[in-house]
Design a protein around this ligand. Structure first.
Ligand SMILES: Nc1nc2c(c(=O)[nH]1)N[C@H]1C(S)=C(S)[C@@H](COP(=O)(O)O)O[C@H]1N2
Ligand SMILES: [Mo]
Length: 410
C-alpha cells in the first residue's frame, strides 16, 4: 500500500516486530582499492566516494570513525525524498554500539514525572497513536566548507541534509503517559552512543517542556516507510521538525524531565550561535551574546546544473532544484538568470507539508553565448528570505546565502 507520500508503508513494522539485531556487521568500513573521489568546490574538498558503510549506498566520506558521510548532491535531483541508503550520517562520539537488539531495547522516561516508564519498541508502536511528518533533517554545519575565512569542524558541502517521511509517536503522548510534574522546565534526550574515554561529555540535547509537548516533536521508528537505518539511529530517534538536526537524538534510549535549564556541554558550550541576525558576526569579533542553535532558515538549490554546466544557446532549458522553508513552509522560490538583476517566480511542485523539501523549476532561454550567473532564492511563509551575502560565525553554522551557478552558454 502506498500512502500520501508515495512510500510503501509498514515494511518497518515487520523489521522491528521481528526484534532482530541490526548492526554494523564485520566492522566500520570496507575499503575498496579502486576508490572514486569527488572534489567539493572549496579548499581541501577532495572526498573519497565510499559504499562501505552498512545499509548505505555511495556516500562522500568525510571521516570514518565516528562516521561523517555526506549525500552526493545528484541524489537531490532524483526525487523530493532522500533514500535511506543515501541519507547523510553524522555522529560525534566514537562509542557507537556495533549492534542494537530491537527486541531488548528500552526507552526510559524519568526525572520529574509521576511514574517512570521503560518502554520497548513494540510497546511504543502498539501503545500510542502513529503520526507521520515529511521533514528536512539538516546538520547545523551543513555547507560549513564554504565558510570564508574557514572554521573548524566537519567541512561539509551542501549534502549534510536530507528529507524523509518520519513515522512515530508524539513525544507529547509519551510524556503525558509518564505525567510531567509541576516545576518541569526542560526535557533532556540521550542516545546509546558514548565517548571512548570517560572525560568526553556524553552527547545530550535538551528542549523546553513546551517545545517537547507541542505535538510536533516525535519519537520516530520509521523513515521513508522502513526501519531507521542503523547509522541514522535505529531503533528510535527524535524528530524535531523545523529545527537543526543536532536535536534529533539518534538511538534515543533516555528521556529525563528536569527542573532547570540544562548546563551540559552540548547545550551550554557547543552548538551556540551569535544572537544576531543570520547568526552573523565579523570574523574575529568577540563579546557577542550567544544562544543555543534552534530553528532552521530557508534554503534553495539547483539540482540539475551547477558551476561550469554547458547549455545550448537559443534553447529553452528547464532549470530545477529543491527548496525548504526551515521552520515554515515555502512561500515562493525566485529564479534569476542575470546574476540577481531581475527575478521571476519559479513553479513549485506538490507540497508535502511545511517541513519538507519542495521541488521547483523555471524555464530559461539564453539568447546569446557567454557566461550566465543563475541564482535561486527561497522565501518562507513567515516572509523570511535567503540573504544575498553569506553569514559568518566561528561554528560554521546556518549558512543559507542565495545560491549561484555560473553556466556557460555555447
Ligand atoms: N545519539 C546521537 N544522536 C545524534 C548525534 C549524535 O552524535 N549522537 N548527532 C546529531 C547531529 S549534530 C546530526 S547533524 C544528526 C545527523 O543525523 P543523521 O546521521 O541521521 O543524518 O544526528 C543528531 N543526533
Ligand atoms: Mo549536526
Amino acid at each position: 500500500m502506498r500512502d500520501e507520500y508515495g512510500t510503501k508503508r509498514r515494511q518497518f513494522v515487520h523489521a522491528l516486530a521481528a526484534g532482530g539485531l541490526i548492526g554494523m556487521g564485520g566492522g566500520w568500513v570496507r575499503r575498496s582499492w579502486a576508490a572514486n573521489a569527488v572534489t567539493l568546490p572549496f579548499a581541501n574538498g577532495l572526498r573519497e566516494l565510499t559504499s562501505g558503510f552498512p545499509h548505505k549506498g555511495e556516500m562522500l566520506l568525510l571521516r570514518s570513525r565516528p562516521p561523517l558521510l555526506e549525500t552526493p548532491f545528484s541524489v537531490f535531483d532524483a526525487g523530493v525524498f532522500t533514500p535511506n541508503d543515501r541519507f547523510f550520517v553524522r555522529w560525534h562520539l566514537a562509542g557507537i554500539p556495533t549492534r542494537v537488539d530491537g527486541g531488548a531495547f528500552r526507552l526510559v522516561v524519568r526525572g520529574l514525572v509521576g511514574r517512570e516508564l521503560s518502554l520497548s519498541v513494540s510497546e511504543i508502536m502498539n501503545g500510542f497513536a502513529h503520526v507521520e511528518v515529511a521533514a528536512v533533517n539538516q546538520c547545523a554545519g551543513n555547507s560549513r566548507g564554504f565558510f570564508k575565512p574557514r572554521v573548524a569542524g566537519g567541512e561539509w558541502g551542501n549534502g549534510a541534509m536530507g528529507n524523509a517521511v518520519w513515522t512515530g509517536v508524539r513525544l507529547k503522548d509519551i510524556l503525558d503517559r509518564a505525567g510531567v510534574k509541576a516545576g518541569a522546565v526542560q526535557v533532556r534526550f540521550n542516545g546509546l552512543d558514548t565517548g571512548v574515554i570517560a572525560a568526553t561529555p556524553d552527547f545530550i540535547k535538551t528542549l523546553t517542556v513546551d517545545h517537547a509537548r507541542d505535538g510536533e516533536v516525535i519519537v520516530a521508528f520509521g523513515m521513508n516507510g522502513q526501519a531507521l537505518p542503523f547509522l541514522n539511529g535505529f531503533p528510535l530517534r527524535l524528530v524535531v521538525p523545523g529545527w537543526y538536526s543536532t536535536y534529533w537524538m539518534k538511538m534515543l534510549n533516555d528521556i529525563e524531565v528536569i527542573d532547570r535549564p540544562d548546563e551540559n556541554f552540548w547545550m551550554a558550550k557547543a552548538y551556540q550561535i551569535p544572537d544576531t541576525p543570520h547568526a552573523n558576526v565579523e570574523p574575529g569579533q568577540t563579546g557577542v551574546k550567544t544562544v543555543p542553535i534552534n530553528r532552521m532558515v530557508p534554503r534553495s538549490f539547483f539540482t540539475n546544473l551547477g558551476d561550469g554546466s554547458v547549455l545550448p544557446v537559443m534553447r529553452t532549458q528547464t532549470v530545477r532544484g529543491i527548496a525548504f522553508g526551515g521552520d515554515a513552509g515555502v512561500q515562493r522560490v525566485m529564479f534569476s538568470s542575470d546574476g540577481g538583476g531581475s527575478w521571476m517566480p519559479a513553479r513549485l511542485e506538490k507540497s508535502y507539508g511545511k517541513y519538507s523539501f519542495r521541488r521547483w523549476d523555471a524555464q530559461f532561454t539564453p539568447h546569446y553565448a557567454g557566461e550566465f550567473v543563475l541564482k535561486v532564492k527561497a522565501v518562507n511563509e513567515n516572509g523570511v528570505e535567503q540573504p544575498d551575502t553569506p553569514n559568518w560565525n566561528s561554528g560554521g553554522y546556518m549558512r543559507n546565502v542565495v545560491e549561484s551557478a555560473t553556466v556557460v552558454v555555447a
